[in-house]
Design a protein around this ligand. Structure first.
Ligand code: GLY
Length: 341
């Protein structure tokens, strides 16, 4: 078992990683708490959904929310917080989010809003959650107008990443986690390929923790964590979410490398390294499905949340990965046309 600290200056917190790490949950619950509101979902393995068994000294109530992006709404937040009112949850108490990224985003936003903010601990049960969603305090819900448009930065008091949860993870969800994990191969010079799974997950968390601590509210550097995401978000929308987020990120990483090559920032060998990680190590798709057009994807990339000043990409280069604004449309189109074949 490993502990990684997210080193926020005034609110550092621990992420406990390893098989059986759910046993560390009571250590992460603030000492002020008497009541625990567990937010979870049908389909989460029973030993995690029933986390009350690890919290015998607390009054625990379990609330299940719906499955899928359609349940990630303000209506769900209203139902949860109405239940919190009924159970008498106070500011001294705690919410425990048990599930994948959707659950921890919702539980985190409910925690940020209830009584203007109460502690939350996340028990992440998906690979994507462990290496990304549960770490760093991004919380929120969707509107009809778009994903995660209403939310808050609300850091957890601790996070459990119990690898036993991955044993029953559906293959597609595992692929999505691998897509997010692949990006970490390019954010530092670390040889993640040489690490076994627990160490690799812990290292991804450590990389994210360092970036988050340097720019908690994404004023700049935190956007590095969106490597591969500019095209990925466009692909998710263009395919009406037939491509799941992590699958789209895997493809987006290869495109970001191709664009880096087109712009003369990296050589072909570095592009090949991207392919070796995404397709070789993780066996993920490296090209979008057929039928997508350059105009449509460029239009969608202009609408990316990062695009404050023209087309914006996170790009690899001689000094590592960086956020690049005002990228000319011509090379974006050229790389995309080649990429779509
Ligand atoms: N998922 C990227 C971030 O947390 O900033």
């Amino acid at each position: 078992m490993r502990r990684v600290t997210v080193p926020l200056a005034d609110r550092p917190y621990d992420v406990v990683v390893g098989s059986g790490s759910i046993a560390a949950l009571p250590d992460l619950v603030p000492s002020s708490a008497q009541r625990v509101a567990v937010v979870t979902q049908p389909g989460i393995p029973a030993q995690f959904r029933e986390v009350g068994a690890f919290l015998p000294d607390f009054d625990v109530e379990v609330f299940e929310i719906g499955v899928g992006e359609r349940a990630k709404t303000l209506t769900t937040i209203e139902a949860l917080t109405t239940s919190f009112a009924r159970m008498g949850l106070t500011r001294n108490d705690v919410i425990v989010g048990v599930g994948g990224g959707m659950v921890t985003d919702v539980a985190g936003f409910a925690a940020a809003s209830w009584h203007r903010g109460i502690p939350v601990v996340h028990v992440s049960t998906s690979l994507l959650g462990m290496v990304d969603a549960a770490i760093g305090g991004k919380t929120g819900v969707n509107l009809a107008a778009g994903k995660n448009l209403v939310g808050a930065f609300w850091q957890p008091s601790g996070v459990v990443c119990d690898l036993d949860a991955l044993a029953s993870l559906p293959p597609r969800e595992m692929r999505c986690g691998l897509g997010e994990m692949a990006k970490y191969h390019f954010l530092t010079g670390d040889d993640l390929l040489a690490m076994e799974l627990e160490e690799r997950i812990a290292r991804c968390i450590e990389i994210k923790a360092e970036v988050v601590a340097s720019d908690e509210r994404e004023g700049g550097r935190r956007a590095l964590l969106n490597y591969g995401h500019t095209l990925a978000h466009a692909l998710e929308i263009a395919t009406d979410h037939e491509l799941a987020h992590g699958e789209a990120v895997a493809i987006g990483l290869i495109y970001a490398a191709e664009l880096g090559f087109e712009l003369g920032r990296i050589d072909r060998a570095r592009v090949d390294q991207h392919v070796a990680v995404v397709a070789g190590e993780y066996d993920l798709m490296t090209r979008p499905p057929s039928g997508l057009g350059v105009d449509e994807l460029v239009g969608l990339m202009h609408r990316d949340k990062k695009a404050l000043h023209g087309l914006t990409f996170v790009l690899d280069g001689a000094d590592g990965v960086e956020v690049v604004q005002r990228v000319d449309e011509a090379p974006v189109r050229a790389a995309l046309a080649r990429f779509l074949g």
